[in-house]
Write a protein that binds this ligand. Structure first.
Ligand SMILES: Cc1cc2nc3c(=O)[nH]c(=O)nc-3n(C[C@H](O)[C@H](O)[C@H](O)COP(=O)(O)OP(=O)(O)OC[C@H]3O[C@@H](n4cnc5c(N)ncnc54)[C@H](O)[C@@H]3O)c2cc1C
Length: 410
């Protein structure tokens, strides 16, 4: 039986990740009209995901979840419904239907449904293959790790590299399998790939580059396309994320590459609906084209913007709308080495490495016309901050290198 809430919520948010939580909080803080409800399929109180592949998996922090909001007083003004999946969205009637049979009406809707981890193709049903996206996934993985001595991590993206270093650091015999010649070469270039490989090997990770996984046989034997196989106690699949929810594909909202298309103010193709975080393909106000980014800090920025923009809209609206203009970026920690990366995220033609004393470095990325399109730093926060400014100013590589006086460029 479907039960319908008669009074529409002033704002309904779907998703309790950083985008959803900050959207709801920003709306409340901006004094947006009506009641606010946040619905999430995740049963846990909103928590930070980044530690899951780092300190939590390494056994240095408990798998309890650090809260997303520092000041939690705003929750008193939000109707938080956890463990509740939103199954369907009717944008004409401005209603959603949830897994517990509720129909919720809204004036404004913010979709912040994030990403879902991709499955590892070719894995036998019942094989000990894990993914890592949520706290619940983290707890399941940690339970399995307790009675395991060996693990194969598939995928050399940031989560794969971080998780492999964490697992090796707690004493598991860890093999990282990747089709790339070295971790993250396609995204970050050969030089950085070699550094990450060194860091991983230094904590005991065995690298198997240049191979694809063909299948996983029960319980956890990984078959590779070079004819070899690796027997392990468990497999962690870190092979990227997808956007494939029926909720979105059947919503009638404009979608590109699975992402919801939004403008600079994070409005979807429907005037009552905004989207923020991993799920959005957002027009960037400085770059002048659309980007899909999957970073924690950007999800916060976009969530805050969507929340305050929604508050400014419609009868009783407060404040003014803002545009998404920050350079995208994130931090990663691999075996105790922190990297900070800010980039438009759609490739580069040229890299310049600047090495600083004591192993610190900066890598500048430029496009075909010599414009800075990214910066990656290790122990050089000054360049990271400056890199963000140069990106936004669409500055040249020579300007970036002109100020790089502390190291050698190669
Ligand atoms: C292990 C791990 C480590 C990471 N480390 C870093 C890092 O160091 N730096 C960095 O920048 N990024 C990192 N990321 C990526 C970062 O966490 C994401 O970019 C960020 O969480 C995206 O936020 P979001 O709010 O858009 O979506 P999510 O955080 O994915 O939240 C989406 C929410 O929507 C809910 N939901 C989805 N569909 C429905 C539905 N139909 N009904 C109801 N609820 C629904 C989900 O349950 C979830 O609560 C990491 C990710 C993981 C998994």
């Amino acid at each position: 039986m479907v039960s319908t809430s008669t009074q529409p919520f002033g704002l309904l948010v779907i998703g309790s990740g950083p985008a959803g939580v900050h959207a709801a909080a920003a709306y409340v803080e901006a004094g947006g009209p009506g009641l606010v409800c946040l619905v999430s399929a995740d049963p846990d109180e909103p928590y930070e995901r980044p530690p899951l592949s780092k300190a939590v998996l390494a056994g240095e922090e408990p798998a309890e979840g650090s809260p997303i909001l520092e000041d939690d007083s705003v929750w008193a003004q939000i109707d938080l419904r956890l463990g509740t999946h939103v199954d369907t969205l009717d944008t004409d009637r401005r209603r959603v239907r949830t897994s517990d049979g509720q129909e919720l009406a809204y004036e404004r809707l913010i979709l912040a449904t994030g990403s879902q981890p991709s499955a590892l193709p070719g894995a036998d049903p019942g094989a000990r293959v894990f993914t890592l996206r949520s706290l619940e996934h983290g707890r399941r993985l940690l339970d399995a790790v307790e009675d395991s001595r060996s693990v194969v991590v598939v995928g050399s993206g940031f989560i794969g590299c971080e998780a492999a270093a964490s697992l090796a650091g707690r004493g598991l015999q860890t093999t990282l399998v990747t089709p790339e010649p070295a971790p993250q070469v396609a995204r970050l270039g050969d030089w950085v790939g070699a550094r990450i490989a060194e860091w991983l090997e230094a904590v005991g990770v065995e690298l198997r580059p240049g191979v694809e996984v063909e299948g996983v046989e029960r319980p956890a034997t990984v078959r590779l396309d070079d004819g070899s196989s690796i027997e392990a106690d468990l497999v962690l699949a870190a092979v990227g994320v997808t956007q494939s929810q029926a909720l979105l594909t059947e919503s009638g909202l404009l979608i590109e590459d699975g992402h919801l298309v939004v403008d600079e103010e994070l409005r979807t193709s429907n005037p009552h609906v905004w989207a923020a975080g991993d799920v959005a393909r957002a027009q960037h106000a400085v770059l002048g084209r659309a980007l899909s980014v999957e970073h924690w800090g950007d999800a916060i920025t976009m969530g805050q913007l969507a929340g305050s923009n929604a508050a400014a809209q419609g009868p009783g609206g407060t404040g003014t709308s803002g545009r998404w203009s920050d350079p995208p970026g994130f931090w990663s920690e691999i075996g105790g080495h922190t990297m900070k990366y800010s980039a438009w995220g759609d490739g580069f033609e040229e890299t310049r490495v600047v090495e600083h004393p004591e192993g610190a470095f900066t890598v500048w990325y430029a496009d075909a016309v010599g414009e800075v399109v990214g910066v990656l730093t290790h122990q050089c926060d000054e360049d990271y901050e400056r890199g963000g400014e140069l990106l936004v100013r669409r500055a040249s590589l020579s300007e970036a290198l002109g100020a790089a006086t502390t190291g050698e460029s190669s």
